[in-house]
Design a binder for this molecule. Sequence first.
Ligand code: ZN
Length: 335
Amino acid sequence: MLTATIAGSLPKPTWLAEPEQLFAVWKHEGDALIQAQRRAAREWIEHQENAGIGIVTEGEQGRIHFVHGFLQQIEGIDWELKTPMGIRDDRYTVEVPTVIGPISRPRSVHVEEARYARSVTNHQLKFTLPGPMTICDTIADVHYGKRADMAMAFAEILNQEALELEAAGVDVVQFDEPAFNVFMDDVKDWGIETLHRAIDGLRCTTAVHICYGYGIEANLQWKETLGSEWRQYEEIFPALNASRIDQVSLECAGSKVPLSLLSLLKDKQLMVGAVGVEGDKIETPEEVAATLTAAMQYVDKERILPCSNCGMAPIAYDVALAKLRALGEGARLVA
Ligand code: ZN
């Protein structure tokens, strides 16, 4: 029996936020917003349990965006000083806030969300945080000067947060690092080192998610430029396999990643992406099972966790729900 999970985010219901947006526009404020976020998280957890997903998340229902939701509580950032930034090596431009001084985390960011999720499920609970490199690729800097230095500073505060999440009963802490697929030399130079700093002292399971991005237009266009075989993973997998991270989340469904590259991660548990995150396609359970079976040519079955390719925040609620069900059913087909 394979234990399925998801990369992390899920769409917000229309009564919580404007749908199909990369940045949530909330429909409530104050305590009403917190109650609405909790209800949405609880419903998604129930959906995952019913779909047969073994390791559940709260679907990131409490945050505006997977990076900015964390950064909003961090001091040292000027949110008024917006800098246009060509993120993921100029794939698309976003107006980002700017780091203007030493960063600090005066209080927990997501711990209340984790505590609430823990209180409503007995399943294994995963909580996602943005990875240090991806944060540094989503925020401008006029203080640290070097990306590696700023990333290490973020790794320290991510570590404080991760330790609190673990204490709140989280079983898996995952760092999302889509930037690992773009800055492959930096991964080896300092990316893994910052992840190690972020997991320092954790006893729970640790994971890193590395994808080709949300199913948004800019990413789909970028993927068109990557040729017939996507081999970015090949450059970073040897260093990741040697790292202390337990699990690696990968994009395998409908992608041009040669699955033979999975054999480079022989010492890790692999979250094999078996449903894509494009909003116009719902995989069948048979398609999910076929992707998992293909991965088994290169990975022992006991190291595979069926998963989504990436977060599903920007797609329609019902599409994501159907994908969850296909994922759970497909995982059972190969059991
Ligand atoms: Zn992703």
